[in-house]
Write a protein that binds this ligand. Structure first.
Ligand code: MG
Length: 159
């Protein structure tokens, strides 16, 4: 049995914050603002995993009103969610991730994000695809005010 899930996330970009995407720290004068480390890629992938198996969304699982998640490393959300899926007999088949960022240019770090996601998800690197799009200089992403991410995940049940 297969299930598909999709996830989407956007965080505001501002100076004085670290930029972490897909678990990779990227050197840039601006970073993403959020209750946790604001890793929009890991949030979108986590939401896609939750969505695939009907477990709601990341806000249900890790509410931003909970002080435990303040400044949290979003790898925790992904790893704990994956453990829930694995315990229920699900494994990840593949994921396709699109990151929307006017800046910085993500071409040089796409491979690193891919490898990091593959390791976190326990799948081979060729089961992860990372695409980068700009915002064509329009809208909140195009003006460099935010970074967004869309993720699709396919999971398979062992039984
Ligand atoms: Mg988020």
């Amino acid at each position: 049995m297969f299930r598909v899930g999709s996830g989407h996330d956007t965080h505001r970009l501002a100076e004085g914050h670290p930029l972490v995407l897909g678990g990779v720290r990227i050197d840039h004068p601006k970073g993403l603002v959020g209750h946790s480390d604001a890793d929009a890629v890991l949030h979108a992938v986590t939401d896609a995993l939750l969505g695939a198996v009907g477990l709601g969304d990341i806000g249900d699982a890790y509410p931003d009103t909970d002080p435990r998640w303040q400044g949290a490393d979003s790898r925790l959300f992904l790893q704990e969610t994956l453990a829930r899926l694995n315990q229920a007999g699900w494994r990840v088949v593949n994921t396709d991730v699109t990151v929307f960022a006017q800046e910085p240019k993500l071409g040089p770090v796409k491979g690193c994000i891919r490898d990091t996601l593959a390791e976190l998800l326990g799948v081979p690197a060729d089961a992860v695809n990372v695409k980068a799009k700009t915002g064509e200089r329009v809208g909140h992403i195009g003006r460099g005010e935010a970074i967004g991410c869309h993720a699709v995940v396919l999971v398979e049940h062992a039984g």
